[in-house]
Ligand binder design. Structure first.
Ligand SMILES: [Zn+2]
Length: 44
């Protein structure tokens, strides 16, 4: 699993997700899609 950080280029919102891959995500604030992972680290 990965702890992944994202920052939305559209509204400036930043958030983290835990997921099995560091794939693109969607902004929970403005629903902008295909936001690339800012950084991520592997967790158990
Ligand atoms: Zn946004």
């Amino acid at each position: 699993m990965f702890n992944i950080k994202y920052a939305c280029p559209n509204c400036g919102h930043s958030w983290e997700e835990v997921y099995e891959c560091a794939c693109d995500s969607e902004c929970p604030e403005c629903e902008t899609r295909n936001i690339e992972a800012l950084e991520y680290k592997e967790i158990d």
